[in-house]
Design a protein around this ligand. Structure first.
Ligand SMILES: [Mg+2]
Length: 113
């Protein structure tokens, strides 16, 4: 099953809308960033680990980060997809990328037909 950012954002708006505040969600995000850092340190051997699947754990912690990033956008009615495309467009001009996200997605859709 695939989940789009729009769908994830709608789900989190439903979950957090009307009661959660961005300060609380941001503090949770910072906690999750620390958990990602811990896994990365373990993978690099900078921190002892008794866990055997650090790859799976990294995925889990990255999803935890995404959860709070998207939740903050959701409760503020920020359309992450629109901003992602527009910001990537500006960055691709600034950094002289050969292709931007919007063009990449259009080409993929064309290739699938
Ligand atoms: Mg976590």
């Amino acid at each position: 099953m695939k989940v789009s950012i729009d769908e994830f954002q709608a789900y989190l708006a439903d979950r957090y809308g009307g009661w959660a505040n961005e300060q609380g969600l941001f503090m949770k995000l910072v906690e999750e960033i620390g958990e990602v850092a811990e896994v990365i340190n373990k993978r690099a051997g900078n921190k002892p680990s008794d866990e055997n699947d650090l790859q799976e754990q990294l995925g889990t912690e990255l999803v935890d980060m995404m959860h709070y990033i998207v939740a903050i956008a959701a409760i503020n009615n920020i359309d992450l997809t629109d901003i992602m495309i527009e910001k990537d467009k500006r960055a691709s001009v600034k950094y002289h990328h050969e292709i931007n996200l919007e063009s990449f997605l259009s080409e993929r859709k064309r290739d699938k037909v």
